[in-house]
Design a protein around this ligand. Structure first.
Ligand SMILES: *[C@@H]1O[C@H](CO)[C@@H](O)[C@H](O)[C@H]1NC(C)=O
Ligand SMILES: *[C@@H]1O[C@H](CO)[C@@H](O)[C@H](O)[C@H]1NC(C)=O
Length: 415
């Protein structure tokens, strides 16, 4: 075998990068069982996905398929199918994820006595005074959505960070929820707090950044002593079963009114998926588990609708492939039952009260935005910023802004 100079250099570089990962030592000795983890999907599964994509059928042309207000576009699906079948490399994506995100599987025991495997990415600083930062994803997100933010924050000093990114129960490489009883966001949040505790971050404290469904997890985490503050890029006040109120708008700014109008539009025309996932989850799970193209249309529509700048087909395929290859669509939609169907929400509303200082970074093309004064009803809002652009996925759309928001918020709440 012959080596060229560039190849030698890149081998050397890879060795240095690996060495950095080896030095990725948590600051405390964990008190829960932890195993290192790398994504390595069996080849047979990747081949099977590709076969199913090739065999999968697309519907005949329809009026609905040409009007983006009526769902995913037929033309986008045609191009995405072609790219997925012929020019998509899962292995390339997988190795990027493994390179950027050192990962682990922890075993945590819920207060109901069940043991769960909780998968997480952990990027530990060598600075002993680094701030523990928990990043929580939503649906249809994944721990991988934070890769760009990690690349920025791992270089941050003053403050530097220990970054922990868990996969919720039912997502990615974490355990599915139990099959003999229902599961709640409150229990999921308590397992995530147990992870932080098990890593030694209860005494130091930790801060949380989250949006989407993760923002409810973050609010619940404020009920634990370890959590010192939460920075949200999405916030929903009140009762999700009720249409967004458009009451007295007299004291609101034009931006706030526009945010409420977007919220009302989302409730009226964009939230069908949530009602389906909340009311007949088993039916939609069987529908989407049968075909990668079915899954792609359901998840893809969400990404395309909720980002301000259209994501590349490649980016959407990475997310869809992750859900397909981990076989987690059916196990991850348990959250919707509790959130989107009333009236029996149990203690949910009490659990959503924010018990620690919080911050909100608002992006104008978010699916739903609410006035600052409404958010202040839920706790101590100590930091607020309204950005000029961006949608529902700032960690993907504007990772540099979100990273800067995290640094500003940290200075506000971390003493
Ligand atoms: C697309 O559908 C929406 C919702 O029904 C409708 O308001 C709009 O006029 C349609 N656009 C076109 C170009 O047909
Ligand atoms: C939420 O709204 C629904 C529908 O209006 C209502 O039946 C339910 O009681 C409300 N729940 C709470 C906790 O306010």
């Amino acid at each position: 075998m012959q080596f060229s100079i560039p190849l030698l250099l890149s081998t050397l570089f890879a060795a240095i990068t690996t060495a950095q990962n080896v030095a990725n030592t948590p600051p405390f000795t964990p008190t829960i069982p932890i195993e290192p983890f790398r994504v390595n999907i069996p080849l047979a599964k990747i081949t099977e996905m590709n076969t199913l994509i090739r065999l999968g059928k697309l519907p005949p042309p329809t009026y609905e398929g040409t009007n983006r207000s009526l769902g995913i576009s037929s033309e986008w699906m045609r191009q995405a199918k072609d790219q997925w079948a012929n020019r998509f490399s899962w292995r390339e994506f997988e190795s990027r994820v493994n390179r950027i995100l050192p990962q682990y599987i922890a075993t945590v025991t819920s207060n109901k006595g069940d043991k769960f495997k909780l998968h997480y990415a952990g990027i530990f600083s060598e600075d002993k005074n680094a701030v523990p930062l928990l990043l929580v994803h939503g649906w249809p997100g994944s721990y991988m959505e934070f890769m760009d933010v990690v690349e920025i924050l791992r270089k941050s000093t003053n403050p530097s960070y220990h970054i922990i990114i868990p996969s919720h129960i039912g997502y990615g490489f974490s355990s599915p929820p139990p099959i003999d009883r229902d599961f709640t966001l409150w229990e999921d949040a308590s397992l995530i707090n147990d992870l932080m505790k098990g890593l030694g971050f209860e005494d130091t404290g930790y801060i949380v950044q989250a949006g989407d469904i993760g923002h409810w997890t973050a609010r619940m985490l404020t009920h634990y002593p370890g959590c010192k503050g939460i920075l949200l890029n999405f916030f929903v006040p009140g009762n999700l079963s009720e249409p967004t109120p458009l009451g007295d708008l007299t004291n609101l700014t034009p931006e706030e009114i526009a945010g409420l109008q977007r919220s009302a539009k989302f409730s009226a025309t964009g939230s069908g998926y949530a009602i389906q996932q909340g009311t007949r989850p088993s039916t939609i799970a069987h529908s989407l588990h049968a075909s990668p193209l079915s899954l792609l249309s359901w998840l893809g529509e969400k990404f395309l609708d909720s980002m301000e700048i259209q994501p590349s087909i490649q980016a959407v395929l990475e997310f869809a492939s992750t859900y397909w290859l981990t076989e987690t669509y059916a196990t991850c939609i348990w959250m919707y039952r509790q959130l989107f169907i009333g009236p029996d929400h149990g203690d949910l509303w009490a659990q959503m009260q924010i018990q620690k200082p919080f911050g909100v970074a608002q992006f104008p093309r978010e699916i739903a935005n609410f006035p600052r004064s409404w958010m202040e009803e839920y706790g101590d809002l100590v930091w607020f910023k309204r950005h000029e652009a961006g949608g529902h996925w700032p960690m993907v759309e504007h990772p540099d802004w979100l990273a800067e928001d995290i640094r500003e918020f940290t200075r506000e709440v971390w003493v």
